[in-house]
Write a protein that binds this ligand. Structure first.
Ligand code: ZN
Length: 274
């Protein structure tokens, strides 16, 4: 399969993140006929980010080279379990348990699932099924490449990857039946802006399933000074529950259902019905 042929099935789904025009496939790029912007396809992965993230003011995006390199170890015991224990506390759910919790939240969903900041498809490819087609977006090409390697190896057909920012999703309004955002909401510079863009591409009543951190009772995040330092120096936002509910309400979501374990927060919410 050539890199270009591999995205043929997603043509008609991706739109220009700037003007929302339908894209045309030309040699190695997706071109917007409306605003003329061209988006390269790198190894079968469309790239919708035109700016150089290493120059970003956002401390998270500036670390892109490090994040790109982490793709290969992200799901191994060298990374995910360590992060869960340090930040969430020793009673944090394991990755497998978190996948189980998130799967349950979207169990009855059929159709298209958006996986925001999907990494190597950590949650999305474990949730994909014949009735759930997953579209993963991430800012890191290294993570996405690793995701493509895993899905090929595991023989999962209905997972698609694209490089895009949560603030400018390459999808039309009301496309998705569910959205996952697992392990990244705390990293977005503007939480409400990110949630609003997710709500835009979701159908009315669609479910949002999130794994993030809260100022709970486990791990180093139980210490106020640690949370403050991470926020100031690392761009890591540790949410209080009432604060999270306010952000959701401001972004067009309702029915906030939080579960806290140590300093890990999993929750679901629904986009307002029309
Ligand atoms: Zn355009």
């Amino acid at each position: 399969m050539t890199a270009d042929a591999s995205i043929a099935s997603e043509l008609g789904i991706y739109v220009c993140p700037v003007c929302k025009g339908l894209l045309r496939q030309e040699e190695g790029v997706l071109r917007c006929p409306t605003c003329s912007q061209a988006y390269p396809i790198r190894e079968g992965i469309p790239d919708f980010i035109r700016e150089e993230l290493s120059q970003s003011k956002d401390p998270v995006l500036r670390r892109m080279r490090f994040i790109d390199r982490m793709g290969r170890i992200y799901e191994t015991k060298l990374w995910y379990p360590i992060v869960l224990n340090i930040f969430g506390g020793f009673r944090s759910p394991s990755l497998a348990q978190l996948v189980g919790i998130v799967s349950q939240k979207v169990q009855s969903t059929q159709g298209r699932v958006l996986d925001v900041a999907c990494g190597p498809g950590t949650f999305g490819r474990r949730i994909a099924s014949p009735s759930k087609e997953v579209f993963g977006i991430d800012v890191s090409l290294g993570m996405l490449r690793q995701g493509a390697i895993y899905t090929a190896k595991e023989g999962i057909p209905n997972v698609h990857f694209a490089r895009a920012r949560v603030e400018a999703l390459p999808f039309e309004d009301g496309l998705f039946d569910a959205t996952l955002c697992c392990g990244s909401l705390h990293l977005f510079a503007d939480t409400v802006l990110a949630l609003r863009e997710m709500a835009r591409v979701m159908k009315p009543g669609a479910i949002l399933a999130v794994v993030t951190f809260t100022a709970g009772r486990g791990g180093i995040l139980k210490f106020c000074r640690v949370r403050e330092w991470y926020r100031r120096d690392q761009g890591l936002h540790v949410f209080e529950l009432p604060e999270m509910e306010r952000y959701l309400t401001a972004s067009g979501f309702e029915d906030f259902q939080p579960e806290v374990s140590g300093s890990m927060l999993t929750f679901s919410a629904r986009k307002h019905a029309a």
